[in-house]
Design a protein around this ligand. Structure first.
Ligand code: ATP
Ligand code: MG
Length: 294
C-alpha cells in the first residue's frame, strides 16, 4: 500500500492528531451535557473482509485495517463498487463483516448504536415529521431530557432554527441535508459516517455545505468518515484521505493531507493542492481502468 505524507504505519492516525474532547464552548452552544469521560469516536478496523454470495468477485472488501483517532476527519475515495459503502455499513453496525472486526472506543460493533450516526446522500429525512421532530427523534428515542430543546439548538447550529415547523419536502436539497446533519449530530455520536452526503447537490450549494461541515467540525469534533467521489471536496475537508482499490476492495493509499496542506485556508489553486489532486486522480484512474478492462 502506498503511504503519502507520513512515515508511520499506514493504519495509524498521524501523531499530529491528538485525541480531543468536545470543547466546552461548543457544548454550551448546543446545550449539551458531558457524555462519558475522555475523548470519543476512536475507530479501529482489523482485517475486515466482506464477501457477498453472488457476483463475479468474491470479496467486496478484503483485509481492511485502519485506525481513526477521535475527532479525525477521514475521506474515503475510490471507484464505484470498491466497497466504500460496505465499509461504512460495517463501521455503523448495519453489516457484520465475514471476517475481521470493527470497534468504536474499544467496543466491538455488532449492531447500530448511538455511538455512530449516518448521513446518506439523500432521502433520509422522515417525510411525515416536521423538521423539529426529525431532529428531536434521536434524542427522544434515547430518553434525553428535553429533546425538543436539543433539536432547536442543533437546528440553530446549522442555521435552520426558523424552519423548525416546516415539512422536509418544502426545503431545498441543501437545507434537507443540513437537517440530516443536525439530526445525526443531535444524539452526540462519537462517530459520524457520511456517504456522499452532498452528491445530489448543485456545485454552489455543495461548496456552502463543505464550509458548513468545516464549521461544525471545529465546534463539535466528531470523528468523521466521509465518502466522496469529489477529490477537491476530500482535499478541502479531510485530515487523511484513504484511497480504496477495487476487486477486491482494499486500502490502496493513505494520504496525510494535513502534513502537506495548511489546515485552515486550503485553496484549490495552490501548487501543493494541485499536486495532491493530480496524485489522487492518478491513483483512482488506475483503479477505474482496472474495472473498465475487466
Ligand atoms: N447486498 C449486496 N449483495 C451483493 N453484493 C453487494 C451488496 N452490497 C454491495 N455489493 C457489492 O459489493 C461491492 C462494493 O459495493 P459498495 O456499494 O460498497 O461500493 P461503493 O464503493 O460504495 O460504490 P459507489 O461509489 O457506487 O457507491 C460491489 O461490487 C457491489 O456490487
Ligand atoms: Mg457507495
Amino acid at each position: 500500500m502506498l503511504i503519502l505524507g507520513h512515515s508511520t504505519s499506514a493504519i495509524a492516525p498521524p501523531a499530529s492528531l491528538q485525541p480531543v474532547g468536545l470543547p466546552q464552548q461548543a457544548r454550551d452552544e448546543a446545550g449539551l451535557q458531558a457524555v462519558g469521560k475522555g475523548p470519543r469516536g476512536a475507530i479501529s478496523l482489523r482485517k475486515v473482509s466482506v464477501t457477498f454470495a453472488r457476483g463475479r468477485h468474491e470479496y467486496a472488501v478484503r483485509d481492511v485495517s485502519l485506525d481513526v483517532a477521535p475527532g479525525e476527519f477521514v475521506a474515503l475515495v475510490g471507484p464505484s463498487g470498491c466497497g466504500k459503502t460496505t465499509l461504512l455499513n460495517v463501521i455503523g453496525g448495519m453489516l457484520q463483516p465475514s471476517s475481521g472486526s470493527a470497534s468504536i472506543d474499544g467496543q466491538l460493533v455488532r449492531e447500530p448504536t448511538p455511538a455512530c450516526n449516518v448521513v446518506f446522500q439523500q432521502h433520509s429525512l422522515f417525510a411525515w415529521m416536521t423538521v423539529l421532530d426529525n431532529v428531536a427523534f434521536g434524542p427522544r428515542a434515547l430518553g434525553f431530557v428535553a429533546p425538543e430543546e436539543i433539536a432547536r439548538r442543533f437546528l440553530k447550529l446549522v442555521g435552520l432554527d426558523d424552519f423548525a415547523d416546516a415539512w422536509p419536502a418544502t426545503l431545498s436539497g441543501g437545507m434537507q441535508q443540513r437537517v440530516a446533519i443536525a439530526r445525526a449530530l443531535a444524539t452526540q455520536p462519537g462517530v459520524l459516517l457520511m456517504d456522499e452526503p452532498f452528491g445530489a447537490l448543485d456545485a454552489q450549494t455543495r461548496s456552502i455545505m463543505q464550509e458548513e461541515v468545516l464549521r461544525l467540525r471545529v465546534g463539535l469534533q466528531p470523528t468523521v468518515i466521509f465518502v466522496t467521489h469529489d477529490i477537491d471536496e476530500a482535499l478541502l475537508l479531510a485530515d487523511r484521505i484513504v484511497v480504496m482499490s477495487v476487486n477486491p476492495g482494499t486500502l490502496k493509499a493513505v494520504i496525510d493531507v494535513n502534513a502537506q496542506l495548511d489546515v485552515p485556508g486550503r485553496r484549490l489553486q495552490d501548487q501543493a493542492f494541485i499536486g495532491l489532486r493530480q496524485q489522487l486522480l492518478g491513483l483512482i484512474r488506475e483503479e477505474s481502468l482496472k474495472v473498465f478492462n475487466q
